[in-house]
Design a protein around this ligand. Structure first.
Ligand code: NCD
Length: 313
């Protein structure tokens, strides 16, 4: 594996290997000294051309906890603002001899273009409406923590499926792992061709809540809505929002997820977001372990995962 551009095309064994590796890295973040020497001397640049809180910080923390040198580039404070093209920016990053670039970009396929043209490892941290592989991996790790295994489990993904790279990566990953995926969202926000991937499509949230093992709520991607796809936010909340009433119809042990950022009161009420079924903060914590696993598997060159004496690799 040289790049991590998407979940599509990964095998069940490959996904399991990443999740198992992440499992071992969880312990590093529980220590007082949260650092292993695994990637000492490697340079990891995060290049974000779109806003991010969780993904960027946890990739950077992951790289630092593996002892890599990290630096970050964000479009809003860079020469992109002065009109530099993506290719020119990438050529300049290349001249600084990085080992890996973690990239988020509004254009689907942007990280793939860099991967084709430059010698370093590229990790896709979200490209347009295409994929967000590290998010799906941390989601699957969180589900595995609660459900034991993914095979045969029923995962409902609710909301703006069409614009969601999180949904796409999860659909590829979960179906590969043998989970049953059902999506629910307004007709205008559903992806055509989902049934080709074995995904069930419903248009009412009440049709998916009752028998789900996991309910994953998505944010309405207002920045990507080219045209009006919903008549009003209030109406969306009423028909597709998860509140305590709706949650009351779900299995008592249902796992409620959200990739963040949450629009409280739109896709999810605050009582649900902060409630006892919510694992949203666990998703954030698991994000670090998953990103450590990805960096290690891509850049570690067979060195022991946890370095030194406690090497378990
Ligand atoms: C997601 C994204 O950027 O795709 N956020 C994230 O990475 N946690 C989801 C979103 O923005 O709604």
């Amino acid at each position: 594996m040289r790049h991590m551009l998407g979940i599509k095309g990964l095998t069940r064994d490959e996904i399991t290997r990443i999740l198992d590796t992440a499992e071992r890295f969880k312990a590093v973040s529980e220590r007082r000294i949260k650092k292993v020497p695994t990637l000492r001397g490697r340079t990891v640049i995060s290049a974000f051309f779109e806003n991010s809180t969780r993904t960027r910080m946890s990739f950077e923390l992951a790289a630092k906890r593996l002892s890599a040198d990290t630096l970050s580039f964000s479009a809003s404070s860079s020469s992109t603002r002065k009109g530099e093209t993506l290719m020119d920016t990438a050529r300049n990053l290349d001249a600084m001899k990085p080992d890996a670039i973690i990239m988020r970009h509004p254009a689907s396929g942007a990280p793939h273009m860099l991967a084709r043209n430059f010698p370093w490892t590229v990790i896709n941290a979200g490209d347009g409406i295409n994929e967000h592989p590290s998010q799906a991996l941390l989601d699957m790790l969180t589900m595995r923590d609660h459900l034991g295994s993914l095979a045969g489990k029923r995962v409902a993904i609710v909301g703006d499926i069409y614009h969601s790279r999180v949904a796409r990566s999860n659909i590829f990953g979960l179906t590969t792992m043998g989970a049953q995926v059902v999506v629910a969202g307004p007709g205008t926000m559903c992806l055509p061709g989902l049934s080709d991937f074995g995904v069930e499509v419903r248009h009412r949230i009440d049709d998916v809540v009752e028998d789900a093992d996991v309910i994953m709520m998505l944010r309405v991607q207002r920045e990507r809505l080219g045209r009006a796809m919903i008549s009003s936010v209030r109406e969306y909340a009423r028909f597709y929002g998860l509140d305590l009433d709706r949650l009351g119809k779900a299995r008592p042990d249902v796992v409620v997820m959200h990739p963040g950022p949450i629009n409280r009161g739109v896709e999810m009420s605050p009582e649900v977001a902060d409630g006892e079924r919510s694992v949203i903060m666990e998703q954030v914590t698991n994000g670090i372990a998953v990103r450590m696993a990805l960096l290690y598997l891509l850049l570690g060159e067979g060195r022991p995962a946890l370095g030194g004496d406690d090497a378990a690799a």
